[in-house]
Each structure stands twice: as C-alpha cells, then as structure tokens.
Ligand binder design. Structure first.
Ligand code: PLP
Length: 406
C-alpha cells in the first residue's frame, strides 16, 4: 500500500490521566540551552519564514527551523547525545550540569578524574556523528554500529570524527541490541537515542537536550510573528525527538499548546501503528524498513517518547517516501523570494505532508480535522540537511521518488 493515512487522537485534549512531562519543562530546556551556549560555535539555528509558500498553501505563516546549521554537523542530533554525554560525565564527577561548561568538560583535570570512556551507539548516521563529535571533543573514544544500507557518506562523516564506525548487516533495532550487548560485555557506555524498560536515564537526557531547539524555535517564533505557532508537525523515528519537543510544548502551554501532528514513513510507522492499536502500548514494525527517510527507519518506539506522543499529540500520519522527496524539492526551489532551505529526506517530510494536506482534495478531511486554514501559523523542523549528498542530488536534480496519485 502506498497512501497517506491519518489517525486523530480524540483524547489529546481530554482531561484524562497523562504522563508527566515535567522533565521537559522550560526550566530543563534552559539548562540544556545554557550548556550548549558554552560551546564554541553555538548559535540558535535559523527559523526561516516562507511567506510565499504560506500564501500558496493558504495558511497565515509557514516557518522552518533549519537544523542543518547545528554546529556544522548538518543535523540536530548532537543536541541529544551531546547533552547526555555531558550529563553522564557530570554524574561521575557529582557536579550539576548547570555548573558545567564545555571548556571544563574538556579540561585535563576532568579527563583525569573520569578516566578513559568508550561511548557506543547504533545509528543511521546523524546520531552517530553527534556521539563521535562529542566523544572526540572530550578526548574519549566512540564505537558506532550502522544498519545495513547506510550511506557511505554518512559512515565517512562519523569516521572523520575519530569513531570506530562500521555498517552492519542488521536493521536499526538489531544494531541497537548489538551495541547494548557490547556495552554490557566491554564496560562501554551506551548512548542510545531510544529508551526501553530499564534503559531510560540516558534517553531522558537526550530528550532534554532536544528541547534546546524547541525552546529556541518558540523564542524566535514569538520574535518574528508576535505569537506562538498554532500547528507543529514533527517527524518520528523512535519518537525521542518528537517526544522531547511535544513534552516542552505540553509542559509550557498546557491545554493551550499548539496542535501537534506526528509524521512517519509508511515503511517504519511504529508510532502510527501504536496509536492505531489503541491499547496504549508501543507496537513494533520489523524487517528492513527500506524507506528513503533513513533517520526515521526505526521500528520500535522509545517507551518514554511513546507515552508522551500517545497522551499529548493531536494526530499521527503515515505517508509514502515521495512526500519527503516533494518536501526536499519544495525547500530546494522555493516560491517567489522565499529563501532556500537545504533539507534531507528525514528533514523535509513534514513540509511535504503539509503541502499534501493543504492541496489534495482527498486529504481534505485531515485539513478539517486539524483546523488548518488561513489563520494557521505552521512550524516544521528540518532536522537534517543533505546528509546523503548523492541521494539529495538524485531527488532534487533528477526527480527521484516522483509524486504519485493516491
Ligand atoms: C534527521 C533526523 N530527523 C528525525 C529523526 C527522528 O528522531 P527520533 O528517532 O528520535 O524519532 C532522526 C533520527 O535519527 C534523524 O536523523
């Protein structure tokens, strides 16, 4: 099947018992942002307004937070693993992260106090590059396992940060199990961007780290628009990123939070399927999950992230790969004098889906359900740039993954 599917969450706004999102509140987001601002090269990534696109879609405004500009790493992921690694070291030193700076963390004194650490992770690329970058800056080691089919350019970027990185013959979720097994056998510290029962502390820090970008985006949105967004579209792999952002929105705005929609590739739609099952539990997708959205090719939801998305998100979308490809093309060749945004497969799917929802008659019911209209202020986050340059070119130059009538 290749078609866009939508599930509305009827209880998102109901007064039902919901999981606690206090650990993602503004107070915690500020601690994360303050830590990152001690790193050389820190600057909020741009929030790019696209007025011509907004007019074309029939909404009041459309903004893209451009995470390709994050510390020169072409993706947002370092916000999670960098914050988790810093927290881990702070915990060993028994120092609160609010009193720690990157300079201190990199000092010989800290290096001597914590000794040699190997950080291990499984990743399609972006998270691994962040882990390798952070470990490298701290003078520590990293080992990275990538799922089969991972792009060579992404492997090379991880190796360039000094990691011992390899492409395995496993899917993402099995590569996670391999990393876990080795962490247990070899005494390595696993920095995985997903949680399961019994492994929640590091993923919790990762989700807190991601709130940095949401916090920045809300500040920038207020500055540029004098108001908060009415709709936020968030892409999900395991749901740590979406859960972190959703958590901050819920903690900060309560029932007045923007409408939030979770978007996934149909070949790896574990959050969508969990919502569809309606029993409250996470449900898995297995197999190769050969979606072009490599960053979203995950079949097992983060247990903590899933609880947040289940309780607070307004809807879930499962869509074909061409939607992401369309989003990339739209942002690469903008309308009128809108600025261009270089957005990769996992970064552009939310732009692609908003365009489909606003223009396609067969998706009118989604538009109506979400009350998307000329008064809507839409926020999407382009979570990566052209992290697979070859694929970026195939899609934006040669039209790979063309639009299909549903
Ligand atoms: C570019 C990009 N966007 C979004 C995501 C989704 O994040 P999560 O797996 O936390 O849902 C990823 C994950 O690797 C990613 O690389």
């Amino acid at each position: 099947m290749s078609t866009t599917r939508f599930i509305a969450n009827k209880t998102a706004r109901a007064a039902t018992q919901k999981v606690d999102v206090d650990f993602l509140s503004v107070k915690h987001a500020k601690v994360a942002r303050d830590f990152f601002s001690t790193i050389d090269g820190y600057a909020p990534t741009p929030l790019v307004g696209l007025p011509a696109l907004a007019a074309d879609l029939g909404v009041a405004s459309f903004h893209v937070k451009d995470e390709s500009k994050r510390f020169g790493l072409n993706a947002f992921k370092v916000l999670g693993c960098g914050f988790a690694i810093a927290n881990h070291i702070c915990e060993v030193l028994d120092t609160p992260i609010s009193e720690m700076s990157m300079e201190k963390l990199c000092s010989a004194e800290v290096r001597e106090a914590v000794g040699e650490i190997t950080f291990v992770s499984a990743t399609d690329g972006n998270h691994g590059r962040g882990v390798a970058w952070a470990a490298n800056k701290l003078g520590q080691k990293s080992v990275i396992y990538m799922p089969k089919g991972s792009a060579k350019a992404r492997l090379d970027n991880i190796r360039a940060e000094g990691a011992d990185a390899s492409i395995t013959d496993m899917n993402y979720d099995d590569a996670v199990r391999l990393a876990w097994q080795n962490s247990q056998e070899k005494g390595w510290v696993m920095v995985q961007d997903t949680a399961w029962d019994g492994y929640e502390k590091i993923p919790g820090w990762i989700m807190q780290g991601y709130t940095t970008l949401a916090f920045e985006a809300l500040e920038q949105f207020e500055e540029q628009e004098g108001a908060r967004p009415t709709h936020v579209f968030l892409q999900a792999g395991v749901g740590s990123f979406a859960g972190g952002v959703q958590g901050l929105l819920a903690a900060r705005y309560g029932d007045d939070r923007p409408k939030t929609v979770i978007v996934e590739p149909e070949l790896a739609d574990c959050i969508f399927r969990s919502a569809q099952a309606a029993d409250g539990d996470p449900h898995f997708v297995t197999g190769d999950m050969a979606t072009v959205m490599a960053g979203l090719a995950c079949g097992e939801p983060n247990t903590v992230g899933w609880g947040i998305l289940r309780d607070y998100s307004d809807g879930y979308i499962s869509c074909p790969d061409w939607v992401a490809a369309n989003g990339m093309r739209m942002l690469a060749a903008p309308k009128g004098s809108d600025p261009k945004v270089i957005s990769g497969e996992s970064g552009a799917v939310t732009t692609g889906i908003v365009e489909c929802i606003m223009h396609r008659p067969e998706l009118a019911a989604i538009r109506e359900n979400l009350e998307l209209d000329e008064s809507s202020r839409v926020l999407v986050i382009s979570t990566e740039g052209d992290t697979d340059p070859e694929m970026y070119r195939r899609i934006t130059w040669y039209g790979a993954y063309p639009e299909v009538d549903e």
